[in-house]
Design a protein around this ligand. Structure first.
Ligand code: NAD
Ligand SMILES: Nc1ncnc2c1ncn2[C@@H]1O[C@H](COP(=O)(O)O)[C@@H](O)[C@H]1O
Ligand code: PPV
Ligand code: MG
Length: 274
């Protein structure tokens, strides 16, 4: 195995093979124990209609149902958030995911006005805002809305970061990368699919092409196009398998260039960036 590959696998805690039932229980236990320990009552998560939030939301719903049953405390709840930018092309997928999750409650916040407000004020101040930059502003407005709900209902915000995204730093810093708890962390993309299949999710939920769908110039752009490498290659790499030299170099370039996203803000005590 390549030396950096071994280091990344160790850092992200990825296993080459998993038992889905064990990993489902592990994630649910984390969510339950965290709520019990902190005294908080609500799990909050944006549901996009993609694989990761479909899985994380189902685990969240299981966690609060079990807590209600075990403690008799009916305050435990899961709030699924719809966070469209105006109208979302795959709105029906998001609604189908929430239905399958049997989420306790759905809160919808259209982020368009707040995004356009920030973009407008930036431009009025002479700051150019590219479509790509605006895409990251959308992800950050979703974060703001989720924290608004968490604050109102004694909640924590769930993040859907998993090993394949964490490796690539493939999220908006302090946008979808900001969260209080990340139950999918350690799983690669195909292991997430395995969990959904085990849970009996319709195959359409996990066969869907992953997309951040943030850019208006490239609607629904597949993650794999933006990443320059396939999730299959990233997953193989994370499972300690051999991948082509070109894929390994691209994966390691992504990992190295996004180190700042996996760290706390730099202080005078930090040396990792030197
Ligand atoms: N599918 C997904 O999970 C998903 C979701 C959102 C975004 N994305 C993708 O993630 C990427 C986000 O874009 P991005 O990474 O350019 O934006 P970002 O905002 O996440 O990160 C860039 C910012 O990080 C800071 N930064 C950059 N280099 C730094 C360094 N060396 N040290 C400390 N801070 C540094 C700067 O403030 C910079 O503006 C895009 O490729 C986007 O498509 C993917
Ligand atoms: N349109 C959306 N509605 C609700 N939540 C969303 C939406 N788009 C993204 N999210 C949340 O952000 C994460 C990351 O999404 P990526 O597709 O990986 O960029 C997603 O899991 C949702 O929780
Ligand atoms: O984070 P999601 O739910 O949008 O999944 P994907 O990354 O597969 O789009
Ligand atoms: Mg998505």
């Amino acid at each position: 195995m390549r030396p950096l590959q071994a280091e990344i696998i160790e850092t992200l805690g990825v296993q080459p093979t998993i038992d889905p039932a064990t990993e489902i229980k592990r994630s649910i236990t984390l969510l339950k124990d965290y709520l019990k320990q902190t005294g908080l009552k609500t799990l909050v998560l944006g549901i996009s209609g993609g694989q990761d939030s479909t899985l994380a939301g189902k685990l969240a719903q299981f966690a609060v149902e079990q807590l209600r049953e075990e403690t008799g405390d009916g305050e435990y709840q899961f709030i699924a958030m719809r966070l469209p930018y105006n109208e979302q092309a795959d709105e029906s997928d998001a609604l189908a995911a929430i239905k399958w999750q049997e989420a306790d409650k759905t809160v919808t916040v259209n982020i368009e006005e707040s995004v356009l407000g920030v973009v407008h004020e930036l431009e009025a101040a002479g700051v150019p805002v590219t479509d790509f930059n605006k895409g990251n502003i959308k992800a950050r407005e979703r974060m703001i809305a989720q924290y608004g709900v968490a604050a109102a209902y004694k909640g924590v915000v769930i993040g859907t970061d998993h090993a394949a995204e964490a490796l690539a730093g493939f999220y908006t810093k302090f946008g979808d990368g900001a969260a209080d708890i990340t139950p999918l962390y350690r799983l690669n993309k195909r292991q997430g699919r395995q969990l959904l299949a085990y849970l009996g999710a319709p195959a359409t939920f996990y066969e869907k092409v992953p997309t951040a769908d943030l850019e208006e110039d490239r609607p629904g752009q597949p993650d794999e196009v933006a990443l320059g490498v396939t999730y299959d290659a990233i997953d193989d790499y994370l499972e300690g398998k051999e991948v082509s030299e070109a894929d390994a170099l691209q994966i390691e370039r992504l990992y190295t260039s996004t180190e700042h996203k996996r760290r706390q803000p730099v202080t005078v005590f930090d040396q990792w960036w030197r």
